[in-house]
Design a binder for this molecule. Structure first.
Ligand code: BGC
Length: 382
């Protein structure tokens, strides 16, 4: 195998801005139920930037530093005893959140995304080292197998798992009202927003996406390619652009909280707004609470937050990526706008205005030995 007993990792001292640096970390041997994995790629998101800025993140117990990275694409290197049916060179994505030690009811049922004790851990975020390292040992139970054909986009699986749960949560409100979802609004054309738009378009829901990028930007082109409607809110406010329409479902993916109130005012009867942006600090704004309340009560509207994802959402996300590769070949790939090698990870932390997903390439992907056809892809998921 030839793997040293340590490897490079991007680490940070949570709470300390400017502390991010590459260090060498030990590589353990896989024990029972575990695999040794090689990291192929790691996606960078706003949460990573918040951790690096010192505003978020918790190091593992007994350590001052946290290995960054929670959006992973890995390849199995070595399988420990009783580690299920994973095989060497199988592509896998690591699940981010781990159940709380006291096993609250949701955690005991595999719904750690709904943990009620708050003592969960999250790889690369809270109390557990992340994936932005060359090698790591992981419990097979927290890996999701990915078909080889999805390798170019599989690093999007974790954010797509978040979106899968968020959209399902919003759609449940519509289902409860037995109301079809004809039109959706997505605020923010970052990775979460565009993945949400793709998921909604794949259900043939009309989608409006708003962002502050020009109509000839990559983001706007991606929205057009999926058959969505793009609005550049630098020139036309959302309220003005949508003055004659109402949305059955809205997904807020900017983290710019004043937009929440604009979006609620645009909801249709029985509509739902799902919030996905994790914010830090404070923003105090004036809101007419009576108007907000009256509108929501009289129209059965819901505003719901959604964080993290369970295994079911990762698995559904694999199905979505596979379906999109048939329906919109090459479109999900366009969400990955910049790639940097590990030694240039700091450039990956500062997004350019038109960047969608920035990825750090860490190690080599398995060689493609056979090109699976669409209906055979499933054979490779074992
Ligand atoms: C991650 C989630 C995580 C959340 C809060 C997001 O960036 O994708 O897995 O639960 O941050 O820490």
């Amino acid at each position: 195998m030839g793997i040293d007993m340590d490897c490079q990792a991007v680490t940070v001292a949570p709470g300390k801005a400017g502390s991010v640096e590459i260090r060498r970390v030990p590589v353990e041997r896989p024990q029972r139920g575990q695999v040794l994995a090689r990291t192929i790629a790691v996606g960078i998101c706003g949460t990573d930037a918040e951790i690096v800025s010192g505003a978020y993140g918790v190091a593992p117990p007994g350590s001052e530093r946290l290995v960054l990275g929670h959006e992973s694409l890995l390849a199995v290197e070595e399988v420990g005893p009783d580690a299920g049916d994973l095989q060497a060179e199988q592509l896998v994505v690591g699940i981010v959140r781990r159940p709380c030690p006291e096993r609250c009811l949701p955690c005991s049922q595999g719904r750690w995304d709904l943990c009620t004790s708050g003592h969960y851990r999250e790889r690369g975020i809270v109390g557990l080292d992340g994936f932005l390292r060359e090698y790591l040992v992981e419990d097979a139970a927290f890996l999701v197998a990915v078909p080889r054909a999805l390798e170019p986009v599989a690093v999007l699986l974790e954010p797509l798992s978040i979106v899968t749960k968020a959209v399902a949560t919003g759609l449940r409100v519509r289902d409860a009202a037995a109301a079809p979802s004809g039109r959706a609004l997505v605020t923010g054309a970052g990775p979460i927003g565009l993945l949400a738009a793709l998921l909604l378009r794949s259900r043939d829901i009309e989608v409006w996406v708003v962002d502050r990028q020009p109509a000839d930007s990559v983001k706007a082109h991606v929205v057009a390619a999926m058959g969505g409607h793009y609005v550049d809110t630098r020139h036309t406010s959302l309220t003005v652009a949508a003055r004659d329409v109402r949305f059955d479902l809205a997904v807020e993916a900017t983290g710019f909280t004043p937009l929440i109130f604009e979006a609620v005012a645009l909801l249709a009867h029985d509509g739902a707004l799902v919030l996905t942006g994790v914010t830090s600090g404070h923003r105090i704004i004036d809101v007419d609470a009576n108007v907000l309340n009256r509108g929501m009560v009289l129209e059965n509207q819901a505003v719901v937050g959604s964080v993290n994802a369970a295994r079911i959402h990762y698995e559904a996300a694999v199905d979505s990526l596979r379906e999109w590769s048939q329906r919109w070949p090459g479109l999900a790939e366009r969400l990955i706008t910049s790639r940097y090698p590990l030694d240039r990870f700091s450039e990956a932390l500062s997004k350019k205005p038109d960047d969608i997903k920035v990825v750090v390439d860490v190690g080599s992907a398995p060689a493609v030995t056979m090109e699976p056809t669409s209906n055979k892809v499933g054979l490779l998921t074992k």
